[in-house]
Design a protein around this ligand. Structure first.
Ligand SMILES: *Cc1c(COP(=O)(O)O)cnc(C)c1O
Length: 817
C-alpha cells in the first residue's frame, strides 16, 4: 500500500495494526495501554509503511544508477519525527481520525514522543533540514550519522544554575521509527601498526589494527513530502566484539589492547555537548573515525553492489562533509583504494578529489579543529602516513606557486609546526575536496578573504557559497497550523513544496481584514506559549505584550548578555524615570550552555536571577517579564517560534556564519532585530529595510574599532544608561544580601576587555528596540511588516539550498518515483 495515496489509506486495517502492536510488541491491551504505549504502537504501525518504502527506494534500479549524495555529519538534530512524517505521508487527518475513534487525541499522543536530540544546535539542525529537502525533491540521498545512546544533555535549573542530566532519548522499548540493519554491520579498526610487504615487485602497505569494534546501522526514514520516496538516515552504533583484539594479543600490542578495552563500548555512548568549540579528546577522534570508516565502507558496498567500478565512484557518489568532523574520511578512502583495492596513489587521489566536498561552518578560531599528530599516529597509524604524503605533494604545489615563500608554506601546511605538531583538519579538507562552501553570502566572502585567501588563489574555482535554509514543512506547515491554514486559504496548498509562492500573500499586507486574521493567529500562538509557560513554569503572561525571543545556544558571540543589558536598562528606567513608558514586554530566552563553558553558565544564572526579581517586583507593574525556558530543543522551538513578535539575532558582526533560527522566526512573522551578520544580511535584502531592525557595527566597523584599540571603559563612562544598567550587576538587586554574585558578566565586559564588543553596540541596540516599541503601538503597521516577513523569505527554504548544492556542486538529478 502507498500511504501517500490518501484514498488508499485503510483506516480499519491501520487501527488493527496499532492494536496488534499494543499486544504483540508492547504486551498490553487496548484497555490498559498508557498514552505512551498508544504513541509507540501508532509509531510502529506507521513505520511499517515507511520501512517498506525505504526498502523499495533502496532497491530501485534507477536510483542505483543515478548519482547520490552522501551527507556525512556527526550531528543530526532531527526533532520528533511522528508529526512531521504524518504530514509528509499525507496522513495527518486520517490518522487523527483513526486515533480519535479509538479514544485518543493525536496532538496529545504526539507529545509523548521524546525528541531525538542527536545534535547541539544549528549545524545538526541544518543536516536534518537538508535531509528533508533532499527527500522532498527526490534527490538520491543517504544521511550518515552516529547512533548516540545519549543525545544532548537535558537541562534544568537548580537555584537558577544550569543542571545537566543524561538524555536517554530511546525509551527502554526503543524508538518506533528506527530499524536495525544487522546485515550491514561492519568491523572498524583502531590502533595497531602498519606492515610493509612486497606484491610482485611492488611495495605495498597494510594496516593491522590493534583492536576492532562493530558498527551496527540503524535507519531512520526520511520521508519525501507527499511522495513514496523514503531515504535512510543511517546512524551507526558502536558495539564491542569478542574476542576483543585477537590481532593485538598475537603481535605484542597486548597492553595497548587492554587499554583500549575501556573505550570500545563507549564510542557512541554520548554526543559531545560543545557547540562551536573543539577540545581534542581521544574518544571524540574515535567517534569521528568510527563514523567515517563505517560510512565510507557502506558507500563503497552500495556502489559495488550496484555493479559499478571503483574508478567510477565520483560519477555515482558525492560525499558532503558537514564541517571538518568527518575529515578523516578522506585518508580512509585513500587507504581503502590503495591498500585494499591496489590503486596507485594518483588513481586513488583522482577519485578522492572528485568525490569529497566540504562545508565550512565557522571562522571562530576556537572552533577550527586540529588534532595532535601523535594522537592520530597512535590511533590511526596508516592514516597519518597518508596525511603526510598528501601534505608533501600539496607543499610541492605551494612551492611551485610561491617559490621561496616559507611563510606561505607554514601557513598552508596541513601540519602545524611547533612543540606539539597538530593536523589542521580544515586544510586537509580544502586540499582533498573538489568544492568548499560557506553557509551565507557574507560568511563565504570572509572565508575567501580571511580564512583561506591563499587557497582561493591556488584553487580559484573551489570556493562557493550556499546560503543555509530551513524546511518549510516542519517550520511552518507543522509548527504553525493556524498560519498555514490562513496562507493556504489565500494562495492554495502548494507553497510547502515551493516556498517562493508565499510572495502571493504580500498583496494582502495592507488588507485590514487579512491583517486582523494574521494577528489573531499570532495571538492564538502566543496564548499557546503562555499556557505552556503557566503550566510548566508557573509564570502568568499577558499576550498583549511584545513577545521578544532569543533562542539559540548560549555563546558570548551570540551576545545573550547584550540582551541582558537591554533588560537591565528597561528595569532601570521603569524604576527611575517617571516619564518612561513602554509597551509591556516579555523577553524569552532558551539556551543550553556547554557544561564546561563557565561564563555561559554564569550568564544563564544571571538571567534566571534577574527574571526572579523582575517578574515579581510590584514596581515593574507587569510591564516587563523575563522567561528563561529550560531545555531548549526542537520541540520547544516549535512552540516558541510561531508565538514570537521580535527575533533577536544580535551576534557580533562577522561571528555568526549564517544562523537558521533567524529564518524560522522571520517565516513565522517575527520582526528581526539584528546585526549585519550571517544570513541577517540576506534576510534584510529579501524583506526590505523597512521590515527589519538593523543595528550595530558592521564587519569593517568591528575591524576598525579593534585596530584603533577598543576600550570598553570609554563606553561605560560615556553612557549613563549603560553604566546604570551594568552597575545593577554589582550590587544585590537580584541576589538580596549577596552583592556581586552576578559580577562574572560585568567583569568579562569591563576588565575582560569585552571581546565581542557588547558595549560598543549597546546604544544602537537600545535605539532599535525603541523604534520597535514605537511601531508596536501601531498594530496595523506592525501587522503589515510581519506579513511581509512571511511573504518575502521564501529564499530561505532548504529546498533552495539543496538545489544550489545540486546545481553548483553535486551535479546530480532527481529521480521521481
Ligand atoms: C534552529 C535551531 C538552532 C539554531 O539556531 P540559531 O539561532 O541559528 O543559532 C539551534 N537549536 C535548535 C533546537 C534549533 O531548532
Amino acid at each position: 500500500m502507498k500511504p501517500t495515496q490518501q484514498n488508499q489509506f485503510d483506516k480499519t486495517s491501520f487501527q488493527n495494526s496499532v492494536k496488534q502492536h499494543l499486544s504483540a510488541t508492547y504486551a498490553t491491551t487496548v484497555e490498559h495501554a498508557s498514552p505512551q504505549q498508544w504513541y509507540l504502537a501508532m509509531g510502529r504501525a506507521l513505520a511499517e509503511f515507511t520501512t517498506l518504502d525505504l526498502l523499495e527506494t533502496e532497491s530501485d534500479k534507477r536510483i542505483q544508477n543515478a548519482k547520490s549524495v552522501n551527507y556525512l555529519s556527526l550531528e543530526f538534530l532531527i526533532g520528533r519525527l511522528t508529526g512531521n512524517n504524518l504530514i509528509s505521508m499525507g496522513l495527518y487527518q486520517q490518522v487523527a481520525q483513526a486515533m480519535e475513534e479509538m479514544g485518543h487525541n493525536l496532538t496529545d499522543l504526539l507529545e509523548e514522543e521524546r525528541d531525538p536530540s542527536l545534535g547541539n544546535g544549528g549545524l545538526g539542525r541544518l543536516a536534518a533540514c537538508f535531509m528533508d529537502s533532499c527527500a522532498a525533491q527526490e534527490f538520491p540521498t543517504v544521511g550518515y550519522g552516529l547512533h548516540y545512546e545519549y543525545g544532548l544533555f537535558k537541562q534544568s535549573f537548580q537555584d537558577c544554575h544550569q543542571k545537566e542530566a543524561p538524555d536517554a532519548w530511546r525509551c527502554v522499548e526503543g524508538y518506533p521509527w528506527e530499524v536495525a540493519r544487522p546485515e550491514l554491520a561492519q568491523e572498524i579498526g583502531f590502533y595497531g601498526h602498519v606492515e610493509v610487504y612486497q606484491d610482485e615487485g611492488v611495495e605495498r602497505r597494510r594496516w593491522v589494527p590493534g583492536m576492532t569494534v562493530q558498527s551496527m546501522p540503524w535507519d531512520l526514514p526520511i520521508v519525501g513530502y507527499e511522495s513514496d520516496t523514503v531515504y535512510p538516515l543511517r546512524l551507526w552504533e558502536c558495539r564491542a566484539i569478542a574476542p576483543f583484539s585477537l590481532a593485538s594479543f598475537n603481535n605484542g600490542d597486548y597492553f595497548e589492547a587492554q587499554h583500549s578495552l575501556i573505550d570500545a563500548g563507549n564510542i557512541t555512548k554520548v554526543l559531545y555537548p560543545n557547540d562551536n568549540h573543539e577540545k581534542g579528546k581521544t574518544l571524540r577522534l574515535m567517534q569521528q573515525y568510527f563514523h567515517s570508516a563505517a560510512s565510507i565502507r557502506d558507500i563503497l558496498r552500495r556502489h559495488i553492489q550496484s555493479g559499478h567500478s571503483l574508478a567510477s565512484l565520483p560519477d555515482y557518489e558525492t560525499i558532503q562533509l558537514n564541517d571538518t568532523h568527518p575529515t578523516i574520511a578522506i585518508p580512509e578512502l585513500m587507504r581503502i583504494l590503495m591498500d585494499e583495492h591496489l590503486f596507485t596513489w594518483d588513481e586513488a587521489w583522482a577519485v578522492c578529489t572528485k568525490t569529497f566536498a566540504y562545508t565550512n561552518h565557522t571562522l571562530l578560531p576556537e572552533a577550527l579543529e586540529t588534532w595532535s599528530e601523535s594522537l592520530i599516529q597512535r590511533l590511526l597509524p596508516r592514516h597519518m602516513e597518508i596525511i603526510y604524503h598528501i601534505n608533501h605533494l600539496f607543499l610541492q604545489e605551494v612551492r611551485a606557486k610561491w617559490p621561496g615563500d616559507v611563510a606561505k608554506q607554514q601557513k598552508l601546511s596541513i601540519i602545524q609546526e611547533g612543540f606539539h605538531r597538530m593536523v589542521r583538519m580544515a586544510n586537509l579538507c580544502v586540499v582533498g575536496s573538489y568544492a568548499v562552501n560557506g553557509v551565507a553570502a557574507l560568511h563565504s566572502e570572509l572565508v575567501k578573504r580571511d580564512l583561506f585567501p591563499e587557497f582561493h588563489e591556488l584553487y580559484p574555482t573551489r570556493l562557493h557559497n550556499v546560503t543555509n535554509g530551513i524546511t518549510p514543512r516542519r517550520w511552518l506547515k507543522y509548527c504553525n497550523p493556524g498560519l498555514s491554514a490562513l496562507i493556504t486559504d489565500k494562495i492554495g496548498s502548494e507553497w510547502p513544496a515551493d516556498l517562493d509562492q508565499l510572495q502571493g500573500i504580500a498583496k494582502f499586507a495592507e488588507d485590514g481584514q487579512f491583517q486582523k486574521q494574521y494577528m489573531s493567529v499570532k495571538k492564538a500562538n502566543k496564548q499557546r506559549l503562555a499556557d505552556w509557560v503557566q503550566d510548566n513554569m508557573g509564570i502568568a503572561l499577558n499576550t498583549d505584550a511584545i513577545f521578544d525571543v532569543q533562542i539559540k545556544r548560549l555563546h558570548e558571540y551570540k551576545r545573550q548578555h547584550l540582551n541582558m543589558l537591554h533588560i537591565l536598562s528597561l528595569y532601570y528606567r521603569l524604576l527611575n524615570d517617571p516619564d518612561f513608558d513602554m509597551v509591556p514586554r516579555v523577553v524569552f530566552f532558551a539556551a543550553k550552555a556547554a557544561p564546561g563553558y563557565h561564563l555561559a553558565k554564569e550568564i544563564i544564572y544571571a538571567l534566571n536571577k534577574i527574571a526572579e526579581k523582575v517578574n515579581s517586583d510590584p514596581r515593574v507593574n507587569d510591564k516587563l517579564k523575563v522567561v528563561f525556558i529550560p531545555d531548549y530543543r526542537v520541540s520547544i522551538a516549535e512552540i516558541i517560534i510561531p508565538a514570537a513578535d521580535v527575533s533577536e539575532q544580535i551576534s557580533t558582526a562577522g561571528k555568526e556564519a549564517s544562523g537558521t533560527g533567524n529564518m524560522k522566526l522571520a517565516l513565522n512573522g517575527a520582526l528581526t532585530i539584528g546585526t549585519m551578520d550571517g544570513a541577517n544580511v540576506e534576510i534584510r535584502e529579501e524583506v526590505g529595510d523597512d521590515n527589519i531592525y538593523i543595528f550595530g557595527l558592521e564587519v569593517d566597523g568591528v575591524e576598525a574599532l579593534r585596530a584603533q584599540g577598543y576600550n570598553p571603559y570609554d563606553y561605560y563612562h560615556a553612557d549613563p544608561l549603560l553604566k546604570s544598567s551594568l552597575d545593577l550587576l554589582l550590587g544585590d538587586e537580584f541576589t538580596p544580601g549577596e552583592p556581586g554574585k552576578l559580577r562574572a558578566t560585568f567583569d568579562s565586559l569591563i576588565d575582560g576587555g569585552d571581546p565581542y564588543l557588547v558595549l560598543a553596540d549597546f546604544a544602537s541596540y537600545v535605539s532599535a528596540h525603541e523604534a520597535m516599541d514605537e511601531q508596536y503601538r501601531d498594530q496595523a503597521g506592525w501587522a503589515k511588516k510581519a506579513i511581509l516577513n512571511t511573504a518575502l523569505v521564501g529564499k530561505f527554504s532548504s529546498d533552495r539550498s539543496i538545489r544550489d548544492y545540486v546545481n553548483n556542486i553535486w551535479k546530480l538529478e532527481s529521480v521521481t518515483r
